[in-house]
Ligand binder design. Sequence first.
Ligand code: FPP
Length: 250
Amino acid sequence: MKTAKEEINTTKLPAHVAIIMDGNGRWAKLQGAARVFGHQSGVKSVKETVEAAAELGIKYLTLYAFSTENWNRPGEEVSALMELLVKAIHDETPTLNKNNIRLLAIGALESLPQKCIIQLQKAVQETSKNTGLTLVLALSYSAKWEITEAVKKIASEVQKGSLLPEEITESFFSKQLTTKDIPDPELMIRTSGEHRISNFLLWQLAYAEFYFTDTLWPDFRKEHFYQAIVNYQSRERRFGKTGEQIKNTK
Ligand code: FPP
């Protein structure tokens, strides 16, 4: 029997995969441990997923690491998550370079702790020349925030007279978002059995395929990632057209 990895058609990979990493808290609870232990264990899943995506030749991987709403969690958990991020970024930058992976971050980055901003800037700069996988961390990110910011920017240009309303096309709007240089995700994975989009890339996911798995994030391994890709490849993507139209253009 073929493994999920062997079943993958490497000529038909999604260029961009986005993931909502969910279930760290519940995973920890099942172990009788504190929520933070779930986040710590989730770092291993991040490493496995990044490695799997890079090995397959996927061009963009976006991970929802901290949402705008996550600021409302207990202060202790927020601090632990920030510490974990700083440590993971610090420890993994050499590995990113070794594997030709470029790091980017999207979100209201200025609201992150100073230490985190500095570590991020350093890693982004040190990996900026890499040409393999681009790993995008969504931090202090929410899609409604992003869209609101874009609208504010556009409104102010119109007010100044430097932009005409008729110049605001879909492609112009896309270029005002934090993902302006990144293709839209074709596949969005959410772990832990939750079937929500949770304010993640609302504009960019317009045509994405969604894949939900009951696996809790700390249990997520390469094999689970491969299964998601195989499942994605079994679907017919129609972009509003009929199945017949799609067959005829193949
Ligand atoms: C959701 O689980 C997970 C998060 C809010 C944080 C994700 C962070 C990591 C995996 C750690 C570090 C990340 C990087 C990129 C190095 P949850 O706490 O909402 O779980 P629950 O729904 O079971 O409570």
